[in-house]
Design a protein around this ligand. Structure first.
Ligand SMILES: CC(=O)[C@@H](O)[C@H](O)COP(=O)(O)O
Ligand SMILES: NCC(=O)COP(=O)(O)O
Length: 252
């Protein structure tokens, strides 16, 4: 079964647009879980534009499903500019304090609009390896955000990752166009490389109710998808419970 992990970034984005605690990220997480979500994902960025360090602490204290924290391991500590909002202690400090089931390392720069590429481990492998070892020493499963590049996936294995998360933006972009099958074939071969190496396979970014079923039924051994952007809009249109069930039905 492929686990559905709901990314709550966009709920936090709405919350942060006013000086209020509504909507509560924790309450929304509980509602997603009650509706059948298998996990919760957050991506605390240094500017705390959406998910804050405080959200991570609260979620870590309450979740009874897999908690996946995504981010750049080199993201530095920053000062909060909002009254009542804690400073951002640095990505690795958040993970040390919360010890989630899984940490997905993502090579985002601090100013990026969103995540839009995987690691280049030829460049970053040497400095990522000790971080992976530290997290695993804390009992945290480590996944690396990767492009569907077999060479890079082999390097992910060599630096000790437990899993990779395939960045599915390029697949989503080509879905429904003449380039769809070529794009998908890259992810299929990447999944076969991961399976050959014994790397667990996750996937995420721009997955939705239109493109998820084909992806899930094309790649091998997909363990988890993390979905937030499209899910949030779909839930507004369909209702949360119905939306969770619609996404789960794509994963059966
Ligand atoms: C790593 C990834 O693809 C997403 O999980 C990421 O969290 C999206 O970040 P934003 O929600 O800030 O666009
Ligand atoms: N890792 C992908 C994720 O958590 C959510 O990505 P998106 O569905 O918001 O594009």
């Amino acid at each position: 079964m492929t686990a559905l992990s709901i990314n709550l970034n966009k709920i936090a984005l709405i919350r942060n647009s006013r000086d209020t605690e509504y909507p509560s990220v924790a309450v929304h997480a509980a509602r997603c879980i009650a509706a059948g979500a298998n996990g919760i994902t957050v991506h605390p960025r240094p500017d705390q534009r959406h998910i804050r360090a405080d959200d991570c602490y609260e979620l870590a204290s309450m979740l009874n499903v897999e908690f996946n924290i995504e981010g750049n391991p080199f993201a530095p500590a920053t000062k909060s500019d909002r009254i009542g909002v804690s400073d951002y202690p640095g990505f690795m400090e958040i993970v040390r304090l919360t010890k989630p089931a899984q940490c997905t390392l993502v090579p985002d720069t601090d100013s990026q609009l969103t995540s839009d590429h995987g690691f280049d481990l030829r460049k970053d492998g040497d400095r990522i390896a000790p971080i992976i070892a530290e997290l695993q020493g804390l009992g945290v499963r480590v996944s690396l955000f990767m492009d569907p590049d077999p060479l890079q996936i082999r390097l992910a294995k060599s630096v000790g990752a437990d899993r990779i998360e395939l960045y599915t933006g390029p697949y989503a972009e080509k879905f429904g166009t003449p380039g769809q099958d070529t794009a998908l074939s890259q992810f299929i071969s990447a999944s076969e490389t991961a399976a050959e190496l014994g790397l667990g396979l996750n996937a995420g970014h721009d997955l939705n109710l239109h493109n998820l079923f084909l992806f899930k039924n094309s790649v091998r051994n997909l363990l988890e998808v993390s979905i937030g952007h499209a899910f949030t809009v779909d839930a507004i249109e369909m209702g949360l419970d119905k939306c969770i069930k619609a996404y789960l039905s794509c994963l059966r």
